[in-house]
Design a protein around this ligand. Structure first.
Ligand code: ADP
Ligand code: MG
Length: 282
């Protein structure tokens, strides 16, 4: 694999006074430019893992950790949250909770001002970040006037204003309908493909993950249960059902009709359509 931008090695983490570790012996190597979808049932440790990548653990949350997480080749635990935020941008589940300013522009300026950037650099980065996410028109909007999907785009733009190498998103579409969700995934795909940003998204909506991510990681009971290309992971339907992970519907249908390899297992609606056409022609 190419140079790892992020490498988690034999990492175990326990919350204070918790008998069971929330993460157990995690090994995950992420190359620059990957688009990784992480999924798994509630309580699997997904948010804990996200907190380890943005510095909430150990800076704001106690507990005991073993093993190593290295970011661009050096330990993440030796960096402040401000240093981490220049490399790892974070977006969370609830857009209400992460938007703190009354106007979109201020929201994007906030983190940059805290890091002491010059006004001209702040101006440049705000314009770039708004453009990357496609919300230049919302620049002077009051944040209360935004829809849920617009709020999540603003949260993504605020993270991008720091020009991070990696974007970590923890269930960013849980408040959004299927169209709003697809819209966010399209933005992430563009950021990944056009700007080379490494995307790590925690998401329960496996349909969208299958269509956009290049790699799927399944977390279960604090451990990595599966790690592979979408077709490799989503073809293991019995194992996923036992873990409690929803399988994309097109993949379910294809399995019923006998598809199970990379060539035949469709993961998007378009692939599903072509798969059905092939089956019907036989
Ligand atoms: N602040 C905390 N203190 C103690 N235990 C926690 C805390 N946050 C999460 N946990 C526990 O850690 C485990 C993993 O939780 P979490 O990372 O939130 O899972 P997920 O995001 O996959 O639903 C769960 O058993 C949960 O109860
Ligand atoms: Mg969670």
């Amino acid at each position: 694999m190419l140079l790892a931008i992020l490498e988690i090695s034999n990492f175990t983490f326990s919350y204070p006074r918790s008998p069971q570790p929330a993460l157990k012996d995690i090994n995950l190597r992420v190359a620059k430019g990957e688009f990784i979808g992480i999924t798994g049932p509630t309580g699997a440790g997904k948010s804990t893992l996200a907190s380890c990548l943005n510095g909430i653990i150990p800076h704001f949350q106690g507990g005991t950790a073993q093993g190593q997480i290295s970011l661009q080749g050096s330990s993440i635990f030796e960096r402040s949250t401000a240093q981490i935020s220049r490399v790892v941008g974070s977006v969370f589940q609830d857009p209400e909770a992460q938007i703190i300013c009354t106007e979109v522009e201020q929201e994007l300026a906030f983190g940059l001002e805290n890091l002491g950037f010059e006004p001209a650099e702040i101006e440049r980065r705000i314009a770039v970040a708004l453009d990357m996410v496609g919300i230049t028109a919302l620049r002077y909007w009051p944040t209360v006037a935004l829809s849920g999907g617009q709020k999540q785009r603003v949260a993504i733009a605020a993270a991008l204003a720091m020009l991070p190498e990696i974007l970590v998103l923890d269930e960013p579409t849980s408040e959004l309908d299927p169209m709003g969700t697809e819209d966010i995934f399209r933005v992430l795909t563009k950021l990944n493909q056009e700007y080379g940003i490494t995307v790590i998204i925690i998401e329960q909506k496996t349909e969208h993950l299958a269509a956009h991510a290049g790699r799927i990681v399944i977390l279960h009971n604090g451990e990595i249960a599966m790690d592979g290309e979408p077709w490799q992971v989503f073809s293991q339907q019995e194992a996923l059902a036992a873990i409690g992970v929803r399988i994309p519907q097109v993949a379910q249908l294809a399995r019923m009709l006998g598809g199970n390899s990379k060539e035949t297992l469709p993961l998007t609606v378009e692939e599903g359509r072509r798969f059905l056409e092939r089956m019907l022609r036989r």
